[in-house]
Design a protein around this ligand. Structure first.
Ligand code: GAF
Length: 396
């Protein structure tokens, strides 16, 4: 999908309701939306007790549903119309086929474990304007949308933090991705015109306002697909765990650079560099949150650049296309309205995030697109986004 032409919130909602009526011959009783996210800074440290600073973006997974009088939940996605998923609700949820619905099965399993079970059957249609494989957490948005739908159907609300943890567990157990809490928490705690500062140790989320409304966020999808379940993500997480055990600490929050240097010879060069990223990125994220709240955009830009270099050189999760896209933004620089740019999300492809002056955004997008296309031969998807509210039920 070319994101320039992606459906907006209201269009997506209208399309889903119309299609629901066409397929099921009735209006949906329940309707939910869960946003994707982009992370400004704090990468690969949500599973290291770090701080992260994402925002929920105006790209959503939406679901419409009505009771079907059976003990099965049916999920059909307008993105994959020939792969409907039937999920039995009279037994313990298990991994199954089609695989796109495993995250939903995992969310059902979370409700099963919480004794919110059995749930009466319902027919669901899913629609989305979140680009897939773009590192914008389409999977977390799908899981959070499913949890929000199950809350509507069951009439029982889960505490937001527990809902986030339930959805994270679904990723671990049903999708094989040992992710942190950032994506699910951003989708749940997102707030219009705010970033979400998440303390991944205490698992608390705090909304931080964008104080400067002349600034916007640009997402540049390299269109190099990113897949977290292929083992590279799990491998990075494992290396951070090895480092922490060599350091002999319970939490990365207790690790200083001096601690790390003192143990450098006890770890491999690979593991040391992963650890250096964690220690420096935790520090950068706290500094960036403070600088943003003070409107010190120059500092934020420097921190974003340092974050990208650390992810590229130490954590090794960037790729040539991400580096080219980030360099294209850096080359435009503050004079052209670029305040900061870096890769965002899990990496190995996916997207970059750029903080930019609103007035210059269209020119920046055009320049980044043409530089990127010229250097890679790939047509990117680049769009400005806004911070939106977290997952919610809507009147259909
Ligand atoms: C993915 C994961 F799902 C997140 O938990 C986070 O670790 C991110 O990669 C990297 O910061 O989106």
């Amino acid at each position: 999908m070319n994101q320039e032409n992606a459906l907006g919130y209201e269009e997506l909602k209208a399309a889903l309701i119309t299609e629901y009526e066409n397929q099921y011959g009735t209006k949906p009783l329940w309707f939910v939306a869960a946003p994707a996210r982009v992370n400004l800074i704090g990468e690969h440290i949500d599973y290291c007790d770090g701080f992260v600073l994402p925002l929920a973006i105006d790209r959503h997974v939406m679901m419409a549903a009505s009771p079907n009088g059976t003990d099965e939940a049916l999920f059909t996605s307008l993105m994959l119309p020939d792969q409907p998923a039937v999920i039995p609700l009279d037994e313990r949820p298990k991994i199954g086929s089609p695989s796109w619905a495993n995250i939903i099965r995992g969310v059902f399993y979370g409700f099963y474990q919480k004794d919110i079970w059995p749930i009466p059957g319902f027919d669901t249609l899913v629609h989305s304007n979140v680009p897939l494989g773009a590192g914008l957490s389409s999977s977390a948005a799908l899981g959070v949308a499913a949890a929000t739908m199950i809350e509507s159907v069951s009439g029982l609300q889960i505490q937001p933090k527990n809902k986030g943890l339930l959805c994270q567990a679904a990723e671990h157990q049903f999708a094989g991705v040992p992710c942190g809490i950032m994506d699910q928490f951003a989708s749940i705690f997102g707030k219009k015109d705010h970033m979400v500062l998440i303390d991944c140790r205490s698992e608390e989320a705090q909304a931080v306002p964008f104080t400067d409304d002349s600034v916007t966020v640009i997402i540049a999808n390299t269109c190099v697909a990113h897949e977290l379940s292929d083992g590279s993500y799990a491998n990075r997480r494992k290396q951070t765990e090895i480092a922490l055990s060599v350091l002999g600490k319970d939490s990365w929050r207790e690790v200083t650079m001096d601690d790390l240097l003192a143990k450098q010879s006890a770890m491999s060069e690979q593991v040391f560099r992963k650890a250096r990223h964690v220690v420096t990125e935790i520090d950068r994220t706290q500094q960036a949150a403070l600088a943003l709240s003070r409107g010190e955009t120059e500092t934020v830009g420097e921190l974003m650049a340092a974050s990208h270099r650390s992810l590229r050189d130490d954590f090794e999760v960037s790729c040539e296309e991400l580096d080219i896209m980030v360099q294209a933004a850096w080359d435009i620089g503050p004079a052209g309205g670029v305040l900061g740019s870096r890769m965002t999300g899990g990496g190995f492809g996916g997207s970059t995030v750029t903080l930019a002056r609103k007035d210059d955004a269209q020119q920046i997008i055009a320049t980044m697109a043409s530089v990127y296309q010229e250097k890679t031969g790939i047509e990117p998807e680049i769009f400005a986004t806004t911070a939106v509210d977290g997952a919610h039920a809507v009147d259909a």
